[in-house]
Every structure is written in C-alpha cells, then in structure tokens.
Design a protein around this ligand. Structure first.
Ligand SMILES: Cc1ncc(COP(=O)(O)O)c(C=O)c1O
Length: 412
C-alpha cells in the first residue's frame, strides 16, 4: 500500500521501519473505520506529494521578493501561486497563506486589528465558539475582554437580538462570527450591519465552511468581513494550515501580523500544498464535491432524526451536524466510545443548552471517499445500532469495515 512518494519509494520502510509501521497503521485505521470528525478530510495524493517535497527544506522568512534568506527563487513562485489562486477562488483582494494553522490565522487577525484589553464579541464557547474566541485557557481569553453571544433555546439558531444588544451595550472593537459546531449558514450581512452600527471590525472565522465557500455551497464572507480567517484542511481538503483574506487596505497590517509579529519562517512545503489544494478547489469536480458534502450531511441528519436522535437546529446547511444521543439513553461521552468501538470516529461537543455533551460529526471525508446519500442512510442505521448495542456490536463493526472497504480513501 502506498500513499506518499516517500512510502512509495520505500525509503522510510528501509530506513525507519518502526515509523513506517506507524504510518501504515494509521493509513489502515483511516481506511477501515469511518471518519466523521467534522474537521477532517482526505487530501489528494498531489497535496501529500507537495507536503513531502524538498520545499520542506527551505527557510523563507518574509514574503516573496523580500525574504530574509537566500535561495528563495522557487518558493517565491510557489507562494505567489498560492496567493493568486486563493484570491481568485474567494474573490479577495488580498490573501496571506503563511498562517501555520487556523488558530494562528485568528491570532494574526486579532494582532492586525486589536490591542490587548480590547472588547471582542464572539459566539460563546458553550454554544460553539472556538478556543480562540475567548477561552480562558487560550491567549484570546487572557489578552482580550471577550463577550459571548449564544443561540435561541427553541430553534438553536443564533440569537440575533442578543448579538445586537450585546454589541450596543458592550461596544466591542471587533465582532467574530464563526463556530466549531454551528451547522447552519451564517448571515454575514447581518453581522456586518451590527458591526457597522457600533463601529466594530468584523472578523469571519470561516475555518469550517471555507471549503463549501470554494465550491459554491455556502455564502462567501469575503464581501462582508474586514478579515476572513480560515483553515485549509477541513472541507477545503488541503494541508493542515491556515490563511487570511482581506481587502487591499488591510493587506499590509495582516501580512505584518503574520510575519514578523506572530510567526517566523513560512512553511513552504505547506504553502505549495495549499496552492495545489486551491487549484483543485477551483475545478467543477470540487463544486460537485462541496454540494455532495451538504447533501450527504442533510440525509445523515434526516436518518439520525428518524432513528430518534436529537438533531440541533433540526438539520444542517453545511457539512456538520450536532446531535444529542440522550433520547437513545446514552450521554455524549458514552456514545462516542460506543461508536468508536464500532469503527465510527467522531467528536463530542457542547450542546447549546444544559450541561449534556452531544456529538459533532461531518461528512467531508466520507464524501471524498465517494460515498453518497445511499451510504448516509445506511450509516444512520449503523450509528443508531452501535449506540443501542452498547459498543460490543461485532456485527456493526464488520458492516462498518465493509462499508469503509468499498470506498478506499487512497488507491491501494
Ligand atoms: C472556528 C475555528 N477556528 C479556528 C480553528 C483552529 O484551527 P487549527 O486547529 O488549525 O488551529 C478551528 C479548528 O477546528 C475552528 O473550527
């Protein structure tokens, strides 16, 4: 079995069989279980090839043509290509593709627009805000004064009145819209309107939906937000990493906030892999993929609801769902364990109201494998059976293995 050029060349196996076994063991795990972690996907072998390329050797502090290191001729071309492709893909005047991760992109956005102590309005962590949206365990909660908005108890939808009221009373310097588990499209025009009313910057943390945006399956925050932060590894299907998009007027502030303010040398292999992913995301095939991701998530949501699980907001517009397993008599943590035993891999998440933990799942990886609506309906049944079986359902594990085996993520 071969995935990366390194394994293909068998170099790693000969030089470091111990590590080669770990990589192949992980490939086996990914191929024989179902990946429903909403933040994950399977990159193409072209993306993996760029990641495993000699660009990994190159130091390149600074930006194309203004590097602190010699020998940047080729990596400059790679970074310009990534930037141009990102700008074209999202209709942005400026793109920074150096952020090492989604969190680094958010840090850079704050660094570009805020000063320590500033007030920021973002989705509360309990409702689906990310750590970088004010967790006391994160730099954001330590350095800024975060105010959290939530969702309506009945509908699970963002509580617009609360957003407006908190903005008016707390006068934040920035408003952040974006979440780790909110399954619905965000109304960026609404957030822009509130931000304008109180003179705040609008930061869209589109880490999750950005791949759907690329494929035309979700609204684009670029025309509304001052800065869009994103990851490149979720639905977008690129390497693990981050990026920022903004208008020309903030370009210099954003670039300086990434380097030299919060990062050192750019990771050129990763930037090259981002360029590959942006190129792939600009194809009609990716547009079809993004819409299939959403169609699959909707069918999965319907199937899980039919099986008796609670589905937050009653469904989804995106790749992700938040579900409550309590109606089947299991709490979130137990449910995750039972599903893992059956080979269904996902995360726990906070549920909007009360203390119970729910489950967060996404369809990006399964859709890359080629699964469609029929498989989602089948999966909903396996999912519910794994929860009811108490985790020792051997038959469910075998059926999951069989389903995964019919859709190998990489050519064997
Ligand atoms: C909304 C949001 N912001 C930021 C991040 C951070 O991304 P990373 O894990 O690459 O730092 C995530 C990751 O899941 C996210 O969902």
């Amino acid at each position: 079995m071969s995935v990366t050029p390194v394994l293909e060349a068998d170099v790693l196996r000969r030089q470091d069989p111990e590590l080669a076994d770990i990589l192949l063991g992980e490939l086996d795990r990914q191929s024989t279980t179902l990946q429903l972690v909403a933040a994950e996907n399977f990159t193409s072998t072209a993306v993996l090839a760029a990641l495993g390329s000699p660009l990994a050797n190159k130091y390149a502090e600074g930006y194309p043509s203004t590097r602190y290191h010699g020998g940047c001729e080729m990596v400059d071309v790679a970074e310009r290509l990534a930037v141009e492709r990102a700008k074209a893909l999202f209709g942005a005047e400026h793109a920074n593709v150096q952020a090492h991760s989604g969190s680094s992109a958010v840090l850079a956005a704050y660094a570009a627009l805020l000063r320590p102590g500033d007030t920021v309005l973002a989705m509360g962590l309990h409702f689906g805000g990310h750590l970088t949206h004010g967790s006391p365990a994160n730099f954001s909660g330590r350095w800024f004064d975060f105010v959290g908005y939530g969702v309506e108890a009945e509908s699970g939808l963002i509580d617009r009145e609360q957003v407006r009221t908190l903005a008016r009373t707390r006068r934040p310097k920035a408003i952040v819209c974006g979440s780790i588990s909110y399954p619905r499209h965000l109304d960026y025009a609404f957030f822009r309107e509130v931000a304008d009313e109180v003179g705040a910057f609008l930061i869209a943390d589109a880490a999750h939906p950005i791949g759907l945006v690329a494929g035309g399956a979700a609204p684009n925050p670029v025309p509304y937000a001052d800065i869009v932060c994103a990851t490149t590894h979720k639905v977008l299907r690129g390497p693990r990493g981050g990026m920022l998009l903004c208008g020309s007027e903030l370009a210099e502030r954003v670039d300086r906030a990434v380097f030299p303010f919060t990062q050192g040398g750019a990771q050129m292999h990763s930037i090259a892999a981002k360029a590959v992913a942006f190129g792939e995301a600009a194809t009609p095939a990716f547009t079809g993929y993004a819409h299939q991701v959403v169609a699959n998530a909707r069918v999965l949501a319907e199937g899980l609801a039919r099986e008796g699980l609670g589905v937050v907001t009653g469904g989804t517009d995106t790749h992700l769902l938040a579900v409550d397993p309590a109606p089947l008599g299991v709490d979130g943590r137990t449910a995750r364990g039972r599903l893992a035993a059956a080979g269904i891999v996902l995360d726990c998440c906070a549920l909007p109201h009360g203390d119970a933990r729910g489950l967060r799942l996404g369809t990006a990886a399964l859709t890359t494998q080629g699964m469609g609506e029929a498989e989602m309906t089948h999966l909903a049944g396996l999912f519910a059976r794994a929860l009811r079986d108490g985790g020792d359902g051997k038959r469910t594990r075998e059926e999951v293995r069989d389903l995964a085996g019919r859709f190998p993520p990489y050519p064997r």
